[in-house]
Design a protein around this ligand. Structure first.
Ligand code: NAD
Ligand code: TYD
Length: 350
């Protein structure tokens, strides 16, 4: 069985990637390495945690000795690296944490791969999952392509840009087989409710105000998380070494229009009077250094590997709202903090 290491598999996107790989590839053994920070939640993987081709490993990618031991113990044939600090607002209050995990943690993984894979670089691959935020911000027109110059503005995007540069440097300097993808904003199930869409769903459900930064005019390009996971699968298996792909759904929304759409959906689902949820919209102080617009040109991925997004946004958003309303317990456990005991109960006491 080929061993694949997925880092950050207990997070939002990582859990979708782990689920896809564990179920689609019975001949791969998937190792999910995760520190279980506030954003890591093993309940995201409840449905697959007992599969025989899945193993959870609790650990910190910042711990170089632990990482090199893990690589020495297992011949991972591929790494899909998603572990990161991922929230822009947290990066503004605590940039160093982002340097540690996103930069040092990535370099630790690269070093471990470089050493462990020394005599067989050609058969092993390091896949680095990154973000469109490394390209900075757009004006009213244009799109990010794979050749857009990096211009990060937040400590989060600066740390991801730095990690992307290190990954390319290990390819150019040591010949490590690497691929990188830069994806736009994801939405879907298991999204931690500090990010715009799940936070708004939670607040609307509980009749709390919906905080909209500034005037709500910032634009994000939203992609259904399962489409991102499918793109990662394709790129891992089919991309040429050293390649970068942008991933995005050609789906731009101003924050305020998105929130209004979400309010309409929630009014309908919760049998509220039309317009009731929109009354919760509250404009608050803008985020420092707030990027105005992200838009991804994913034509390279579409042309070369035949990937296309599977869902229209309205349908994806409906499905997402349905998921959060059906999985009330998940949402309550995350917002109350009780999800943190899941690891203890499942893996330590058993
Ligand atoms: P997330 O915050 O939901 O999950 C991150 C996971 O990494 C968590 O499970 C956390 O416990 C783990 N982790 C954090 N620090 C760690 C450490 N030091 N050692 C081991 N594990 C650690 O993030 P996400 O939204 O799922 O994003 C996953 C990746 O995709 C990130 O690299 C992010 O930059 C990138 N990305 C995210 C988006 C998005 O819209 N969310 C878009 C494009 C790219
Ligand atoms: P977020 O989900 O944090 O993703 P990112 O900053 O990585 O794009 O935010 C998406 C957009 O929504 C961004 O323009 C900031 C804005 N936003 C709000 O207006 N209110 C909120 O409470 C949050 C969390 C974000």
């Amino acid at each position: 069985m080929e061993k694949i290491l997925i880092t950050g598999g207990a997070g939002f996107i990582g859990s979708h990637v782990v689920r896809l790989f564990v179920t689609k590839y019975p001949n791969y053994h998937i190792f999910n390495l995760d520190k279980l920070t506030y954003a890591g939640n093993l309940a995201n993987l409840k449905d697959i945690e007992d599969k025989s081709n899945y193993t959870f490993v609790k650990g910190d990618i910042v711990d170089a000795a632990f990482i090199s031991d893990l690589f020495a113990k297992h011949d991972f044939i591929k790494v899909i690296h998603l572990a990161a600090e991922s929230h822009v607002d947290r990066s503004i209050s605590n940039p160093l944490e982002f340097v540690m995990t996103n930069v040092i943690g990535t370099v630790n993984l690269l070093n471990a791969a470089k050493t462990a894979w020394k005599n067989h670089y050609a058969s092993h691959r390091f896949y680095h999952v990154s973000t469109d935020e490394v390209y900075g911000t757009l004006g009213e027109t244009g799109m990010f392509t794979e050749t857009t110059a990096y211009d990060p503005h937040s400590p989060y995007s600066a740390s991801k840009a730095s990690s992307d540069h290190f990954v390319r440097a290990y390819h150019d300097t040591y010949g490590l087989d690497v691929v990188i993808s830069n994806c736009s904003n994801n939405y879907g199930s298991y999204h931690f409710p500090e990010k715009l869409i799940p936070l708004s769903i939670y607040n609307i459900k509980n009749n709390k105000s919906i905080p909209v930064y500034g005037k709500g005019e910032n634009i994000r390009d939203w992609l259904f998380v399962e489409d991102h996971a499918r793109a990662i699968d394709l790129i891992l298996h089919q991309a040429k070494t050293g390649t970068t792909y942008n991933i995005g759904g050609h789906n731009e929304w101003t924050n305020i229009d998105l929130i209004r759409l979400l309010c309409n959906i929630m009014d309908r689902k919760l049998n509220r009077e039309s317009g009731a949820s929109a009354k919760l919209i509250t404009f608050v102080k803008d985020r420092a250094g707030h990027d105005l617009r992200y838009a991804i040109d994913s034509s390279k991925l579409q042309k070369e590997l035949g990937w296309t997004p599977s869902l229209q946004f309205e349908e994806g958003l409906e499905r997402t709202v349905d998921w959060y309303l059906t999985n009330e317990e998940w949402l309550n456990n995350v917002t109350s903090g009780s999800y943190k005991t899941y690891y203890e109960e499942q893996y330590v006491k058993r």
